[in-house]
Design a protein around this ligand. Sequence first.
Ligand code: 13P
Length: 250
Amino acid sequence: MPRKPLIAANWKMYKTPVQAQEFTKNFLPLVANHERDEIVLCPSFTSLSVVIAAATGSGVAVGAQNMYSADEGAFTGETSPVMLKAIGVTHAILGHSERRQYFAETDETINKKLKAALQHGLAPIVCVGEVLAEREAGKTNEVLLRQTRGVLAGIEATQAAPIVIAYEPVWAIGTGRTATPQIASEAHGVIRGEVAKLLGGTVAESMRILYGGSVKPENASALMTEEEIDGALVGGASLDPQSFGKIVNY
Ligand code: 13P
């Protein structure tokens, strides 16, 4: 079974609800009847509902950029998978490097979130990736293996189908410096090899591994035509409907 590519827009902390709605209105016609890839828009929490309303019936899915692992409780400021599911969210980005860097997320907390997402029928897009110092010190594979094991700890092969991994080398995020298709492919191979060890060859073969880090209309094709790259998680270039439309239609 070939892996259906997934292309997701991570808007990070950009766009008010009105701006998010405007984007969606302008973007959907650019991807009408687009079958090749799964498309997911990930706005901030305050724009989830308007984007879901605007995208209903379009085939474009909507994901959250984060969530907490508990169903409910005294966790001020957090949002639960139950709440996301209730409004029609289908995906959740988990463990983005910005959450690891600025909000102290660890493989362990990300692993809890991943289990909660699966339990509630949300497809997790779980991020891994090395920082520049780790790459320069020759530690990329070590970091990827550790993070892959950490975020997937305790997951059974039978639960794994919805999981999507995003390889996001931190040195390529928002820097304009993209991993070459070769660098990305190599990293994806390392991650897939570890998934095979943990969950078996069949799961590894069907698991989608996205690349993220300065994906633009100009480099989308070269990256996405790599055998090992099953789609993209796009930051800056997903904020403009024309630009994200070009990436999806590479
Ligand atoms: P940029 O595409 O802006 O580099 O961001 C990548 C990213 O972090 C997507 O999650």
